[in-house]
Ligand binder design. Structure first.
Ligand SMILES: O=P(O)(O)OC[C@H]1O[C@H](OP(=O)(O)OP(=O)(O)O)[C@H](O)[C@@H]1O
Ligand SMILES: NC(=O)CC[C@H](N)C(=O)O
Ligand SMILES: [Mg+2]
Length: 501
């Protein structure tokens, strides 16, 4: 889940794209990039790091023009340490195209081979996004050979892209001298919304980006749909997929997106409140509320669920952990070593909230168990009598192939373990998980027009219907060994008792 943005305006867009990327920073911390266009020429700056570190005044001065794209990267293909895999990607033909991508292609390796042997195109990185760009460029070349580019040609090329590529993709591309194109995969797995303010049309991963930059939310890009904004700001749109369905990624609502965003008609904040509500029922059946002195969220993402849970249980809600706001999100950091170290750097206890009490800690999700193991120990060290843990999401038991970096089952703490075994690994006195149906109902009830969710990491059902064990193994293989060789501590978390499922 990277963050992407595209803009067509009647004024310089460099600062606007920078501001938009800051509002998307929670979606990717490893690299950032902006490309702008002036008189058919592209100006690009991209590098590893957070937005504030990547763009200095001198870089901003080098990004003139009234249209552009930006991306913050959280790698799910290739690796996190290669500067070349930062986005946007560029190809010079046809016309000159730059592209940013949020998602993950599941047939990238086959496509790469095909691009080389049949389309005679060279891919220079391990990034699936570079492959995607070349597929699009090849298809655009075919539809427009010798002719003046029309929106219909662009839509034909997108239809061909839909036929060739598999997986999840929200894409924004800019075609030199023509305009900005946005499209979404036929299942709408990754989010994309659009908005306007006078003279400017913006497309972005989350609605918070539109609001935070003074745009009025217009609508979500539909699954399979392509939207082409020409350089005069006219918006052309067309459905380019044969059988589009709306199955957004449920993990966006659980953890990835900002709570102040609305994705596909569902408020992320309300989704998290609802998760807290269904979780309350499960807590009551495991630990009587009278045995809980205090409910404490594990900052940041679990807060809405924890407040609702505390309200319904009638138990005091307290802030027992303080977050160092200068440490990023740990789950999206590359490498287990750095993730583990960062939990302690990021969170510290207010000991008085724990001493002599039975505490119920609440997190939005437990994935590798990195956070919960550390946090439970910190609560005990601070003098808690009993430490219970509740997760607003069900156990994460399956790899994700659609743009969340959990490619291997064995790294998931709940893989091959019963809830009781997970409890033992984490070291808490009781562990309460949300159930899959409860989660889907809690969020799905907020938009009856959805066809369903991609909840594959929870239920093992891959909505594109074309993922088998071999694909998962291949995707695993491509990610293993992608940690930075220069990173000091990249040891994987030792998890006793892991069994094959
Ligand atoms: O079981 P794990 O592998 O540790 O992953 C799950 C944890 O990671 C995320 O927190 P993160 O620090 O990334 O972000 P947040 O501040 O938004 O909660 C998530 O909210 C959980 O706390
Ligand atoms: N999280 C994402 O959307 C990642 C985009 C792309 N697959 C990459 O790894 O760079
Ligand atoms: Mg968290």
């Amino acid at each position: 889940m990277c963050g992407i943005v595209g803009v067509v305006s009647n004024a310089p867009v460099n600062q606007l794209i920078y501001d938009a990327l800051l509002l998307l920073q929670h979606r990717g911390q490893d690299a950032a990039g902006i490309v702008t266009q002036q008189e058919r020429k592209f100006f690009m700056h991209k590098a590893k790091g957070m937005v504030r570190d990547v763009f200095r005044t001198r870089n901003m001065r080098g990004l003139p023009g009234d249209a552009g794209l930006g991306q913050v990267r959280y790698p799910t293909a290739g690796n996190a340490y290669s500067e070349e895999e930062a986005q946007p990607f560029y190809v010079n033909a046809p016309y000159g195209i730059v592209l940013v991508h949020n998602g993950n292609l599941t047939n990238a390796q086959a496509l790469k081979a095909e691009l080389f042997s049949s389309d005679h195109r060279h891919i220079n990185t391990e990034s699936d996004s570079e492959t995607l760009l070349n597929v699009f460029a090849h298809e655009l070349e075919k539809t427009t050979r010798g002719a003046q580019l029309q929106p219909d040609d662009v839509f034909k090329a997108v239809s061909a892209v839909h036929r060739r590529i598999r997986g999840s993709y929200a894409v924004i591309a800019m075609i030199a001298g023509h305009g900005v194109l946005a499209f979404r995969d036929p299942f709408g797995i990754r989010p994309l919304s659009m908005g306007r303010k006078d003279g400017t049309v913006m497309v972005a991963s989350e609605s918070v980006t539109l609001e935070g930059t003074g745009h009025v939310f217009d609508r979500h890009v539909a699954p399979g749909e392509a939207v082409f904004i020409d350089l005069q700001g006219n918006v052309h749109a067309q459905q380019c997929a044969e059988n589009p369905k709306l199955y957004p990624c449920i993990f966006e609502y659980v953890y990835l997106a900002r709570p102040d965003s609305v994705l596909d008609g569902i408020s992320v904040y309300q989704a998290r409140l609802n998760l807290g509500e269904t979780l309350a029922k499960r807590v009551v059946s495991t630990v009587p509320p009278s045995e809980i002195d205090v409910i404490i969220p594990i900052p940041e993402s679990s807060r809405p669920s924890a407040t609702q849970l505390a309200h319904l249980l009638g138990v005091p809600y307290r802030e027992g952990f303080v977050k160092n706001r200068y440490v990023g999100r740990t789950f999206i950091m590359p490498g287990q070593g750095v993730r583990k170290k960062s939990v302690r750097q990021k969170l510290n206890v207010i000991a008085s909230e724990f001493k002599g009490r039975n505490v119920l800690l609440v997190d939005d999700s437990i994935v590798r168990g990195t956070t919960s193991r550390e946090i439970v120990q910190m609560a005990r060290d601070a003098g808690a009598k009993k430490v219970y843990l509740a997760s607003a999401a069900p156990p994460v038991r399956f790899p994700n192939v659609y743009g969340i970096d959990m490619p291997t089952s064995s790294e998931l703490v709940a893989y091959g373990r019963t809830v009781e075994e997970v409890r033992e690994v984490i070291g808490c006195d009781a562990l309460i998980y949300q159930d899959v149906e409860g989660m889907k109902r809690a969020i799905g009830s907020l938009n009856p027009n959805l066809d369903g969710f991609d909840a594959s990491c929870f239920d093992g059902v891959y909505v594109t219907g074309d993922i088998n064990a071999e694909d998962i193994a291949r995707i695993n293989e491509a990610r293993i060994g992608q940690e930075d060789p220069l990173e000091e501590d990249t040891s994987r978390l030792a998890l006793p008792n892991a069994q094959e499922a």
